[in-house]
Design a protein around this ligand. Sequence first.
Ligand SMILES: *[C@@H]1O[C@H](CO)[C@@H](O)[C@H](O)[C@H]1NC(C)=O
Ligand SMILES: *[C@@H]1O[C@H](CO)[C@@H](O)[C@H](O)[C@H]1NC(C)=O
Ligand SMILES: *[C@@H]1O[C@H](CO)[C@@H](O)[C@H](O)[C@H]1NC(C)=O
Ligand SMILES: *[C@@H]1O[C@H](CO)[C@@H](O)[C@H](O)[C@H]1NC(C)=O
Length: 357
Amino acid sequence: MYRLSCILLNVFVYYIIYLDCAALGENDTINVSMAASVDYSKVPFNEKPLYTPPLEEIVDVLSRRLPATFEHVEVSAEDCPDLTQQPFNLSAPGLAGDAKLVELGGPPYLLPRVRRDRLYDLAALLRHLRRDPALLAGAGAGPWPHAGVNCEGIINLYVNEGQVTQGSRIVTVEPVGAPKGSGGYLQRQLPSNETRTALLGNYLLSEGKPGKVIKVVAKKRIGESNFITAIREALKEHYGDKVVGLGGAFVLRAGRVKHHVMPDFSATPVRTDAEVDAWLHYFDMRAPITHVGTLVSGDLGLDLRVQHFHGFSQHGDGGHYHYDTTPGEVHYEGYFALAGSVVRVDAPAETHAVGRD
Ligand SMILES: *[C@@H]1O[C@H](CO)[C@@H](O)[C@H](O)[C@H]1NC(C)=O
Ligand SMILES: *[C@@H]1O[C@H](CO)[C@@H](O)[C@H](O)[C@H]1NC(C)=O
Ligand SMILES: *[C@@H]1O[C@H](CO)[C@@H](O)[C@H](O)[C@H]1NC(C)=O
Ligand SMILES: *[C@@H]1O[C@H](CO)[C@@H](O)[C@H](O)[C@H]1NC(C)=O
């Protein structure tokens, strides 16, 4: 009876906090130590299979089509190198083992106004999906209650027998509140007891085991598309309605890239791509930068973000990858697992197309 009343009291307290949050203005502070993560038993999950052609066929498709965008292209299907080594520093050695894509939430939880109740504990997600050992790697919004402000999340989390190896980073605009154009940014590693993210995320989920992956090396850009768009468009042009999904990591070995870092949540609603552009802080960042994320050649009616990669580095550069700014110098090297399905978690009931670039 005592336990039951405690549970009821807790539910009641969270309900009050939830109502409070809903009523708060953007500038009001809330007691972040009390913020509760999403209960996965109460949100929609929708899993759809992806098309999985033989890796050698994807190698052929990319080998034929990527030379329209890069002067030097090498694509192969091979055993993944040990990605725990520099410069990848993943928290598991490989990308293989029941690989799937996971998309959590979405931009409608960020825009036009933030939904502070959309906090996702990734370790709890893995337990809910009964995945252990599991690697989750990709791009999302970082845990704002940890940073105290909105932040980029570069997720790189491995769980084995319940033990967390946390390689995830966050990047914030510094100093907090700096006007656009005058601020910098700060990359930090998350501690192993901080397994939350927020709002939206695109992750590769696998057992993190060694195994066959698609390796793509591309140098000297001669086309318009960025590295990931070029791969995604090549797959889409070849496979059409048969939707193919990849997840993994690439390193920019030479050149510079344009990244954005989200500042704190906007005090005013952000409604259009032009307003998103005016809100985000953009930076030119230096190689070597390691990126993690996912791409998918179609939407499958799941309201998917079709590509999303975030980067981190030893020298502190990191954020959301847009494109490289030094076509003549760029050198990309990527390793991608072919995903068997996509798991859509807590898709926003009302959606829009703003803020997906
Ligand atoms: C929110 O904070 C910003 C920056 O401190 C300030 O300019 C703005 O007036 C505040 N908005 C409200 C509604 O208090
Ligand atoms: C937030 O809530 C916790 C738990 O009730 C409490 O210990 C802490 O003092 C509160 N912090 C603030 C700043 O109100
Ligand atoms: C992680 O541990 C630190 C130090 O013990 C503690 O202050 C912090 O609140 C913990 N974070 C979470 C999310 O539990
Ligand atoms: C990778 O790990 C090594 C060894 O711990 C460390 O020196 C290096 O800074 C890390 N690199 C990145 C990109 O975080």
